[in-house]
Design a protein around this ligand. Sequence first.
Ligand code: ZN
Length: 75
Amino acid sequence: MRIPEDKVKQAWSRAEGKCENYDRHPSPKKLQWENRGRKDDIGWDVSVIEPDDAITPSNLRILCWPCLRRVRKPY
Ligand SMILES: [Zn+2]
């Protein structure tokens, strides 16, 4: 699924550059924009919460790679 870049940027600024899986990170895990797509501990990408819904910033979640690989669905 292709996620428009401007939506990713909006979700990123809402998340303030942190992984949004707060349960897993009691203290905020800071990410770097340029590390998007990396498949290691400092990498991150955006996850669609409800794939059937429209792609809006509120339907996106910024996740670090270790969190993302747990939730990623096969699409
Ligand atoms: Zn995380």
